[in-house]
Design a protein around this ligand. Structure first.
Ligand code: C5P
Length: 214
C-alpha cells in the first residue's frame, strides 16, 4: 500500500524573520511513517520543519507553511491508499506578510490573523475520495467528545485523539496515550507507550480497516 503522512508544525510568516508556529516535534508522524515502511509500505512524508532525521526510504517533501502543506498533500493524496494527517497545522496565519522586518515601536501592536485552509477537512469532503483518511486530534479537555465532533465534521474515517494537557506525554514527548475513534464501532484505547510502539499498533489498525473497505 502507499501511505501519505503529514508531520510536524507549520510556520506562518509575519515578516522575513518572524513566524507563528507551535510546539509539535513531528515525532508521532515520523513514527507512523517509520512503522509503515517497516511493514513494507511506500511512504510519502510531507513534513514541516522538525529536528528529526527523515526515515530512509520515505519520499520526503519538506514544507514550511500551511499553504505549502495543503498543495503538497493535494498533489499526492489521490495516488495513496491511506492518508494520515498528523501535522499540527496552524489554525491562523497573518492576513499579510510584511516584506520588511517590522520595527519595534514601544507601543501595543496587533496582528490581523486569518484562518488557514483545513487540509483534513478538504480531503474529507472530496466527493470521489478512495483513500482511507485518518486525522489526529490534540485536545486539552473533553478529549473524546471533541475528537468525535472532528470525525463527523471533517468527514474522515478515523480520528486518533490524544490528551496534550499532560506534561509527560503528547506534544514534544517520546511517549503518548491515544484513543482511536471510528465512524462505526466503539473507541479503542492504546495505553501509555512510546510513540514508536503506538505507531506500530496504529498501522495495524489502519491497514486492517483499509483492507476491509476495498
Ligand atoms: O481542528 P484541529 O486542528 O484540532 O484538527 C486536527 C486535525 O486536522 C489533524 O489531523 C491536523 O493535521 C488536521 N488539520 C489540517 N489542516 C488544518 C488544521 C488541522 O489538516 N488547517
Amino acid at each position: 500500500m502507499r501511505f501519505l503522512v503529514t508531520a510536524g508544525p507549520t510556520r506562518e510568516p509575519i515578516d522575513p524573520v518572524r513566524y507563528i508556529s507551535n510546539r509539535s516535534s513531528g515525532k508521532m508522524g515520523y513514527a507512523v511513517a517509520e512503522a509503515a515502511l517497516e511493514a513494507g509500505h511506500d511512504v510519502i512524508l510531507i513534513s514541516g520543519q522538525v529536528n528529526l532525521a527523515p526515515p530512509s526510504n520515505a519520499t520526503l517533501i519538506s514544507v514550511s507553511t500551511s499553504d505549502e502543506m495543503f498543495d503538497a498533500v493535494h498533489q499526492h493524496a489521490d495516488k495513496c491508499d491511506v492518508c494520515v494527517l498528523c501535522a499540527a497545522v496552524a489554525d491562523y496565519k497573518p492576513a499579510k506578510v510584511s516584506p520588511v522586518k517590522i520595527k519595534k515601536l514601544g507601543e501595543n501592536f496587533s496582528l490581523e490573523l486569518v484562518p488557514t485552509r483545513d487540509i483534513l477537512d478538504s480531503l474529507g469532503h472530496q466527493s470521489d475520495r478512495r483513500f482511507l483518511l485518518v486525522g489526529f486530534a490534540a485536545e486539552t479537555n473533553h478529549v473524546e467528545e471533541n475528537a468525535a465532533k472532528k470525525l463527523r465534521e471533517k468527514n474522515c474515517d478515523i480520528i486518533v485523539a490524544n490528551d496534550v494537557s499532560s506534561a509527560t506525554s503528547g506534544i514534544e514527548s517520546d511517549v503518548n496515550e491515544v484513543t482511536i475513534l471510528f465512524r462505526n464501532g466503539a473507541p479503542q484505547k492504546i495505553s501509555r507507550a512510546t510513540k514508536k510502539i503506538i505507531a506500530r499498533e496504529l498501522l495495524e489498525i489502519f491497514s486492517k480497516i483499509r483492507n476491509k473497505n476495498v
